[in-house]
Design a protein around this ligand. Structure first.
Ligand code: ATP
Ligand code: MG
Length: 267
């Protein structure tokens, strides 16, 4: 048994490769890292374990195994290329965004990947703002409720400002996330609307980063990975809409959040 682990800030992503080659994917909250290490020590004492991610060093200290380490960005890129290959996505030059607790963005071509930067706006922002605004705490509850919302009354669109006059950019673009909130709205806003606006803020921010990065890198292909996208229809629809408006192509990779855990077994 080989086990690849990407120990991220919020979630541990784990890929088990069985001796017959079969793959099993699993996620464990980073808060349960000690219990999960105990489980590996107990159930898989003979396994070959490869670690990456911000909590990899910590995890290696609590595992009984002789573990192997790899740099998170190399592991993620290797795993991502593997998943893209398997999913018949054959593009050579692209940018990708890993929307994890925070977001990091990268350029990729035939020579490999280069990390271009990061932003603190990511899945952790989604969780934190959602909870503070609405009290809804669980990721699954946030994304489910957000689908029923309507953020039109919360976000200020370009056409709101131009108010019927011709605008130089599409009126449907957001001019200011949360910028349409007026006095008295605090009592009126529904949680579903607020959650949708929070997801919209994160989605539009990472889309804009991706679009500018792709533009500068001379590609139209933007690949999105990270657990923040998981069953997150509002996020995916918003990214699709924003990226397509710019004539670019967003790609969402199935099991993309496991790129690092898969890749750490391959680098
Ligand atoms: P980083 O790479 O920034 O260290 P990470 O690897 O832990 O963090 P991901 O697992 O890619 O990051 O994404 C974490 C985000 O995924 C959370 O912030 C949250 O928005 C979302 N998420 C999806 N499912 C869950 C879940 N079951 N529990 C908590 N967060 C979840
Ligand atoms: Mg991560």
């Amino acid at each position: 048994m080989k086990i690849g682990i990407d120990a991220g800030g919020t979630l541990l992503k784990i890929v088990f490769i069985k001796d017959d080659g079969g793959r099993v994917f699993r996620k464990v909250p980073a808060l349960d890292i000690d219990g999960f290490a105990d489980e590996l020590n107990r159930e898989y004492p003979e396994a070959e374990i490869h670690l990456t991610g911000g909590k990899a060093e910590y995890m290696s200290r609590i595992l009984d195994h002789e573990v192997k380490h790899a740099i998170e960005f190399d592991a993620t890129y290797t795993g991502l290329r593997q998943l893209m290959e398997e999913q018949d996505l054959h593009i050579e030059r692209f940018v990708y965004l890993n929307v994890g607790t925070g977001t990091s963005f990268h350029q990729a071509d035939a020579r490999g990947q280069k990390r271009a930067g990061g932003t603190g706006v990511g899945g952790g922002t989604l969780m934190g703002l959602s909870y503070l605004l609405t009290g809804v705490e669980k990721f699954e509850d946030i994304v489910t409720l957000a689908k029923e919302g309507d953020r039109d009354a919360i976000d200020l669109k370009v056409h709101h400002i131009y108010a019927g006059d011709a605008s130089p950019i599409p009126g449907d673009l957001t001019a200011s996330n949360f910028g349409n909130v007026k006095s008295g709205d605090r009592e009126k806003a529904r949680h579903a609307d607020e959650l949708q606006a929070v997801i919209g803020l994160v989605a539009e921010t990472v889309s804009t980063v991706g679009i500018n990065l792709a533009d500068g890198f001379g590609t139209r292909d933007i690949v999105f990975i990270g657990s923040t996208l998981l069953n997150n229809d509002v996020m995916i629809d918003t990214i699709r809409h924003y990226v397509s408006l710019k004539g670019m192509q967003p790609h969402f990779i199935e099991n993309g959040e496991f790129s690092g855990a898969l890749g750490v077994l391959m680098v």
